[in-house]
Design a protein around this ligand. Structure first.
Ligand SMILES: [Zn+2]
Length: 375
């Protein structure tokens, strides 16, 4: 892996390259952008470069050498000056063993794996790196605990927060870090990558649109598909059911979605051992809601865009039926309810309740609208 292989994040790479070339490396960064756009890959390459003993210049880009003892330790995942902090470390904190998988990044993790380690000097390289994954899940206590370190980090430290929702961070946290933006990747480029990975043309285009600029998410969907997750077929069935959804059908549809989500989560868990099962379940739940949301969004803009640019371009008849059921305002309200449902999943509300309520809202407001029309 090298900087040159980082996909479509030229702006972020050039910010880091300029900082390195001018020896103006910040003590704290926020890599900000959606999930799956290359933040983690970039932070690994950046950390490896900062730790490397003999950086090299190739095609105008400075990169780690890949051969010095530091690079070799980094590649083996055993560099003593590289610290990856993630919420799952909770079980290794004092008294954390019996605790359930956390939803946010607990203060105990920040204290024991970051704050306590910052003051000791690097042992192998001239720098010490701390990467905090899912920084959007740092709760207020964790962020407050971090503030002093972000402000007065020792010279040898570089702390990098990976964040998908900048608005979740306190202004005081943001103001102490340099923000490096990671932009969504274009649909064409994602589709191309998915086709190269073996995805069929139609599903590649659909997954690229559903992933909304996230190559990582799109690749995961295609990978799950090849392992038998049947995502594409599932989405077709969900949208088909939505366009005729009656109050009576909502519980059945919720049940069906939950059961499909369970199957997909199980396949995902086999593929990805480092992600906790509750996290996988929440992620799949959110994708299921995005499928529903994409249909509502398509229905809302059906009259204003070409059919080819809909997310569900492959189910035009279903989208037309759905659009006939409610006006733009109603569709927008349902989309906002779906957004709330995504937030509820992140707050660990019971998923069955979330799906039942969401589908009920789609069906109820629709029948109320119809009865209003009849009157
Ligand atoms: Zn090296």
């Amino acid at each position: 892996m090298s900087f040159e292989e980082i996909f479509c994040q030229d702006k972020a790479v050039s910010i880091l390259q300029r900082a390195f070339a001018s020896d103006k490396i910040a003590h704290a960064y926020i890599f900000s952008g959606s999930e799956g756009v290359g933040k983690f890959k970039t932070v690994c390459q950046w950390s490896k470069l900062l730790l490397c003993a003999e950086p090299i210049m190739q095609n105008g880009i400075t990169d780690s050498c890949g051969q010095c003892p530091s690079c070799i330790k980094f590649q083996n995942g055993s560099h003593p000056d590289f610290n990856h902090i993630h919420k799952e470390l909770l079980e290794f904190t004092e008294g954390g063993k019996s605790k359930a998988a956390p939803v946010d990044v607990p203060i105990a993790v920040i204290r024991e794996f970051l704050i306590a380690k910052v003051s000791s000097r690097p042992v192998f390289s001239k720098r010490k790196i701390f990467v905090v994954s899912e920084a959007e899940k740092l709760n207020k206590h964790s962020q407050n605990a971090l503030l002093k370190i972000l402000e007065e980090a020792p010279q040898y430290c570089c702390i990098i927060l990976l964040c998908t929702r900048l608005q979740s961070l306190l202004a005081t946290t943001k103001s102490r870090c340099q923000i490096v933006p990671f932009l969504p990747i274009s649909e064409d480029k994602i589709t191309e990558q998915l086709k190269q990975a073996g995805a069929e043309k139609k599903s590649a285009k659909y997954f690229a649109r559903l992933a909304n600029g996230s190559l990582g998410v799109a690749c995961k969907l295609v990978q799950l598909e090849s392992e038998g997750a049947d995502f594409y077929q599932t989405k077709k069935e969900i949208i088909n059911s939505l366009c005729n959804l009656s109050l009576r059908d909502t519980l059945n549809l919720a049940e069906k979605i939950l059961s499909q989500a369970k199957t997909i989560s199980e396949i995902w868990a086999k593929l990805n051992k480092e992600m906790s099962k509750p996290d996988i379940k929440r992620t799949v739940g959110k994708i299921m809601i995005r499928i529903i949301m994409s249909a509502l969004y398509d229905a809302m803009r059906l009259d204003f865009v070409q059919a080819e640019s809909l997310v569900n371009f492959d189910q035009l008849e279903d989208i037309k039926k759905l659009a006939a059921r409610f006006n733009c305002e109603q569709a927008a309200e349902k989309i906002s309810q779906a957004n709330q449902a995504i937030q509820q999943i992140e707050s660990n509300v019971n998923e069955r309740l979330i799906f039942e309520r969401l589908l009920l809202n789609v069906a109820v407001s629709d029948s109320m609208a119809c009865s209003n029309v009849q009157r």
